[in-house]
Design a protein around this ligand. Structure first.
Ligand SMILES: Cc1cc2nc3c(=O)[nH]c(=O)nc-3n(C[C@H](O)[C@H](O)[C@H](O)COP(=O)(O)OP(=O)(O)OC[C@H]3O[C@@H](n4cnc5c(N)ncnc54)[C@H](O)[C@@H]3O)c2cc1C
Length: 392
């Protein structure tokens, strides 16, 4: 005979773990998080961990501010340390992007984010060595942070475990069982679990899993390529802040003292006609030409970095949707089935907000109004989300 739970969560990344923690805080008794590998082994352990409220969509900005608050107060709340790097966030944009950026700032401000336009000279004070165009647009958000995602994910795991969540690693869910239009449990390689509620929080792996239940989600794997650049030997160049530069199409954050973690703004990556990507079998390092372009872009932002060098690279899959925003849903026609995926490279920061709303959804059986923008049907009705802080 198998086990019984009130809620089974498939996937031990930040989305699943934050939802488990929030469910416990809402008084749910038996919660099992089933993770086929180890917790954080998907995208969660490999994110950049940047959390900034400077976003041009009020609800999305709110998710980020809640993320800043969650990670920033984590140790005080759960007694488990999470190293939070309070670097602020600097946005560097071109003069013709001014109107869009000003709209972003006012939307984010209305959502409660403290940020503002700064002059080019002030931007250089915030980030020494920045090649700041006096005609360019510069925004600084002092509350922007980053956290190292792997230990932060483990801290959430510890907090969830301490509240009584059962986490099973090496436990692959083979099937979500549906009988008579409602979920009755899951079948896994580590036993069957009966449950009236199942949350699928499996990012790139979720598309085929949901398809087997008759649910088509427009979530595709996309390979994101990242590189760590080391400052030139003997140079005093340091990255002081988390930064996005639209001239270079790059975001970056410090990595230790003398390195910079650099990623590209990935455009048009939801290509349904593109080559199929197997999230379990792809090249784990960045391509030479991608790294070369990143280095050229980094040298636009910080000219002294043209003499810097690549320390190492890696690649990981994003779970992307056409508007690069997640799908947060309660399944229609299958009672007790919930899913949260399609974070498109932004789910680490959003996870605390998402976890609380998905927990509300599961415990009440009703979708909280705040998650309505993230409904699946938006891709049919044309209500997709516009959120980018600079024009594409
Ligand atoms: C390079 C990179 C940089 C990023 N930078 C940022 C950033 O700066 N800020 C930000 O907010 N976000 C960032 N992200 C995005 C963020 O990491 C993800 O959106 C987030 O971690 C997704 O969490 P998740 O729990 O939904 O998915 P995952 O962490 O991928 O977890 C899903 C889990 O499901 C498990 N699983 C799959 N199938 C099964 C099954 N059948 N049974 C059991 N378990 C299963 C997998 O093993 C996996 O552990 C970045 C991502 C990448 C790749």
């Amino acid at each position: 005979m198998g086990r019984t739970a009130d809620v089974v969560i498939v996937g031990g990344g930040v989305t699943g773990l934050c939802t488990a923690l929030a469910l416990k805080e809402r008084g749910v008794g038996r919660i099992e998080v089933l993770e086929r590998h180890f917790t954080g082994s998907g995208q969660s352990g490999r994110a950049a961990g940047v959390i900034r409220g400077c976003v041009g969509h009020a609800t999305v900005a709110a998710t980020q501010l809640e993320g800043q608050e969650f990670y920033g107060t984590f140790e005080a709340r759960y007694g488990i340390p999470v190293e939070v790097h309070r670097t602020g966030y600097l946005l560097v944009a071109r003069s013709h992007e001014r109107a869009h950026v000003e709209t972003t700032v006012s939307v984010a401000e209305r959502a409660g984010c403290r940020l503002g336009l700064v002059a080019a000279e002030e931007a250089v004070e915030i980030q020494p060595g920045l090649d700041a165009d006096p005609a360019g647009v510069h925004v600084f958000e002092p509350g922007g942070i980053y956290v190292d995602p792997a230990p932060a994910t483990q801290a959430i795991r510890l907090a969830a475990t301490a509240t009584g969540v059962a986490i099973r690693e090496g436990c692959e869910v083979k099937e979500v069982v549906v009988e008579g239009g409602r979920v009755t449990g899951v079948v896994s390689n580590d036993g069957n679990v009966s449950a009236e509620n199942v949350l699928v929080a499996t990012s790139v792996w979720g598309t085929p899993q949901l398809a087997r239940l008759g649910i088509e989600v427009p979530v595709r794997p996309h390979i994101a390529q990242m590189a760590f650049f080391h400052v030139p030997a003997g140079s005093g160049q340091r990255l002081q802040t988390t930064l996005f530069d639209s001239r270079a199409g790059l975001y970056m954050r410090p990595e230790g003292v003398a390195q910079m973690f650099v990623g590209r703004k990935e455009k048009d990556f939801h290509d349904p006609d593109g080559p199929a990507i197997d999230p379990d079998d792809y090249k784990q390092t960045a391509e030479y030409f991608a790294v070369q372009r990143m280095h050229a872009g980094l040298s636009v932002t910080l000219p002294s970095m043209s003499d810097g060098f690549v320390h190492r690279t890696y690649a990981c899959t994003y779970d992307v949707t056409p508007d690069e925003m997640p799908i947060l849903e309660q399944a229609e026609g299958i009672d007790g089935l919930f899913f949260a995926l399609g974070f498109s490279g932004g789910g680490f920061s959003a996870a605390p907000w998402v976890g609380r709303r998905m927990a509300d959804c599961i415990t009440s059986g009703e979708k909280p109004p705040e998650i309505t923008p993230f409904k699946l049907e938006r891709f049919e009705t044309g209500e997709t989300i516009t959120w980018s802080n600079t024009p594409d």
